[in-house]
Design a protein around this ligand. Structure first.
Ligand code: SF4
Length: 219
């Protein structure tokens, strides 16, 4: 198969975005939140956990803890108990409290709106930082989670494995104004259609735009 030019790949990406918008008009961040602090807490809890479970746990937290200081000053054992339904809850409790303590100490109790400061917060990696920029501050950002990772590879948009390198590949292929939406679309498509095991290729709306050699066949 002839090597696809960068320009041709950009055109294909635009078609993929348009089709996925029609397929998943409801695509958005699956976590509930109403301000940057809530999103920071939800994202720390959501690492390797189900978003719907996080959404069950966070309403009580959000009503009880309204500031970074409130989280930082809570007894660790109390906060642990409140999030104990979520995996790695001890480590996540520590990350929430350490991140909130840093917000109080260094950032005027506000979640920063730039990647460099976000990455200083304990428990915040590049994926979480970009998710905060994209969803709490409306700044276009590429969030490489497990779905973005898998689908970008299957769709032939990257041959990288490291999330920061995948992000770098997608940044030059996807129109900037679509970065955030593109990732939400891949996340929804990855959950509903292009699952890790047994993807539903015969019923996939972007089948004709997908070069993955492992596509499943109609039964
Ligand atoms: S055709 Fe199959 S592998 Fe390609 S995006 Fe669709 S479900 Fe995924």
């Amino acid at each position: 198969m002839a090597r696809e030019s960068h320009g041709a790949k950009q055109v294909r990406v635009r078609k993929i975005v348009a089709l996925l918008k029609r397929t998943h008009p409801d695509a958005k961040l699956a976590l509930d939140f109403s301000d940057p602090l809530q999103l920071l807490v939800a994202l720390i809890l959501a690492a390797q956990a189900r978003d719907d479970l996080v959404n069950v746990v966070t309403p009580e937290l959000f009503s009880q803890y309204r500031t970074a200081a409130a989280y930082a000053n809570e007894k660790e054992s109390v906060l642990q108990k409140q999030v104990s339904r979520i995996n790695f809850y001890r480590q996540k409790t520590r990350s929430i409290q350490q991140a909130c303590a840093m917000l109080v100490k260094d950032f005027g109790s506000q979640v920063p709106d730039n990647i460099d400061d976000l990455l200083r917060l304990p428990g915040v990696g590049r994926k979480t930082a970009n998710a905060i920029l994209a969803n709490a501050f409306g700044q276009p950002a590429i969030v490489v989670d497990t779905h973005t990772w898998r689908l970008s590879q299957r769709l032939g948009l990257t041959n990288q494995d490291a999330p920061d390198k995948i992000e770098a590949d997608l940044v030059i292929l996807v129109p900037r104004k679509e970065w955030t939406k593109f990732c939400h679309l891949l996340q929804f498509h990855g959950r509903r259609v292009c699952r890790a095991r047994n993807p539903d290729c015969p019923n996939c709306s972007i089948n004709k735009l997908c070069p993955w050699p492992g596509k499943t066949k109609a039964k």
